[in-house]
Design a protein around this ligand. Structure first.
Ligand SMILES: N[C@@H](CCC(=O)N[C@@H](CS)C(=O)NCC(=O)O)C(=O)O
Length: 234
């Protein structure tokens, strides 16, 4: 009996400690905010998730999202003191630096760190942003064609980078992998096949099996269908 009470008290204390020390990640299911979500899980830092309806610009709690991020985009990270950090690559580097033991980014000031920043910028400007017109039905055929052509060349470059490597920078999973994985999950939605890119196809499967990625997908409600199918089979 005493053991049970102690266990409950320990759990409650840990929960209160986590909530007090937790950062808040504003996200939208399946959006690029999945990248910092994966990174948070990789770091083990305490965090809470706040869903944002991008269409209505309100949070799950009914607050106006503009008061949190005037840019109206996810992700945004609210720190314990209320400071809000925006822009995925900045958020992910901040989190990686908060948890150096997780080895998600090389140390600041090293050439390896600038190589990682270079990759993050490439993913943001050349991959992420070329997906955007493909989600816009009104963008027109010519715009779609040009975005697909741009993606094909950029993906061919990443395909080469992955030759003989498990991850973008070699043997270690970094924040760049969290970002690339998050944006490549959109391929199905825009009918973009990776079948010409064997390394990238294997990479998506490999990264997708990481416990942090599975947990993020489940928390964002993106594994439901597979879970239901799995339950039906087992
Ligand atoms: N530059 C921003 C871009 C973030 C972004 O494109 N977010 C998308 C979701 S993936 C979004 O919030 N779209 C809604 C909008 O732009 O109104 C970053 O890197 O964090």
């Amino acid at each position: 009996m005493i053991c049970c009470i102690l266990a409950v008290l320990t759990r409650l204390t840990a929960q209160v400690f986590n909530e007090r020390n937790a950062v808040k990640l504003y996200f939208s299911p399946g959006a690029c905010s999945m990248a910092p979500h994966i990174v948070l899980l990789e770091t083990g830092l305490p965090f809470t998730l706040v869903a944002v309806d991008l269409r209505t610009q309100t949070t799950a709690g009914g607050a106006s999202y503009a008061s949190i991020n005037p840019k109206g985009q996810v992700p945004a990270l609210e720190l314990k003191d209320g400071t809000v950090l925006t822009e995925g690559p900045a958020i992910m580097q901040f989190l990686a630096d908060m948890a150096p033991g997780a080895n998600l980014a090389p140390s600041n000031g090293t050439l390896e760190r600038y190589q990682l920043v270079s990759l993050l910028n490439f993913i943001a400007a050349e991959i992420h942003k070329n997906f955007v017109p493909l989600f816009d039905r009104d963008a027109g055929e010519a715009v779609h064609r040009s975005a697909r052509a741009a993606l094909a060349t950029r993906l061919a470059y990443l395909e080469q980078q992955l030759e003989g490597s498990d991850f973008l920078t070699g043997v270690t999973f970094t924040i760049a992998d969290a970002y690339l994985y998050a944006v490549l999950t959109w391929c199905g939605a825009v009918d973009l096949s990776l079948s010409n890119f064997n390394n990238l196809e294997a990479y998506v499967l490999r990264v997708g099996l990481r416990p942090s990625v599975q947990q993020a997908l489940r928390a964002e409600g993106l594994l439901k269908t597979q879970d239901r199918q799995r339950r039906a089979v087992t």
